[in-house]
Design a protein around this ligand. Structure first.
Ligand code: 5RP
Length: 221
């Protein structure tokens, strides 16, 4: 069985009727949304908030009731994918470009469960290029400040021959750090730069990481 699907289906078992559930973005989160849809069809009563327009559209197709932040004070449980996770449950996200909404939803959640296949587990974060969501205005200046802080190659994410535009009308700068020694310090420093909206480091936010393995095993980190 697909190891992303294994992790997703394991995590969805933690959802109980009455919960407000955050829906992640990406291929692993899509497996989770499908599994949630199947449970809703079988009688589970939940309401959900999505981290991207793509995930919201899928949830609506599967008849998962969607609510907005105007209607809820807190999210009980969010299930989302990741690009890298370390043994302290720190995470890089944003490979799908949804990191801002993902971080807003995660920070409003009592519990964040990260679901990944085994290829995402690393001893140190940073081999995956760190995504940073930036405002298009003044991006050249913002990138100079990022380059001075990070001292690594930076690329503006492209879609075809144009910059990739997020659901929030921002751009993504991918930072090829190679490795990140102090992720907590870096996330604070990045978010101090004018023009940076948010970065893909999710530090101390995940309560559980569920890993699916090629041999069919599922383990929690
Ligand atoms: C989107 C994300 C995704 O969760 C992350 O990129 C993992 O994606 P996938 O499950 O497709 O490997 O952070 O912004």
């Amino acid at each position: 069985m697909n190891s992303k699907k294994l992790a997703a289906e394991h995590a969805v078992q933690f959802i109980k009727s009455g919960m407000i559930v955050g829906l992640g973005t990406g291929s692993t989160a899509h497996f989770a949304i499908h599994a949630i849809g199947a449970r809703v069809q079988a009688g589970l009563t939940i309401q959900a908030i999505a981290t991207s327009e793509q995930s919201e559209a899928l949830a609506r197709e599967l008849e998962i009731p969607i609510v907005s932040f105007q209607e809820v004070n807190e999210i009980d449980l969010t299930i989302d994918g990741a690009d890298e996770v370390d043994s302290d449950l720190n995470v890089i996200k944003g490979g799908g470009g949804a990191l801002l909404r993902e971080k807003i939803v995660a920070s409003a959640s009592r519990e964040l469960i990260i679901i990944v296949d085994e290829s995402k587990v690393v001893s140190q974060l940073g081999a995956f290029p760190l995504p940073i969501e930036v405002v298009p205005f003044g991006i050249e200046m913002t990138m100079k400040k990022l380059a001075a802080l990070l001292e690594c190659p930076l690329t503006v994410r492209q879609s075809g021959n144009k910059p990739f535009v997020t659901d929030n009308e921002h751009y993504i700068v991918d930072c090829h750090t190679g490795s990140i020694a102090d992720a907590g310090k870096l996330t604070r420093e990045l978010n101090m730069i004018p023009g940076v909206v948010e970065n893909g480091l999710f530090i101390g936010m995940a309560a559980k990481v569920i890993v699916g393995y090629m041999d069919g095993a599922v383990r929690e980190l």
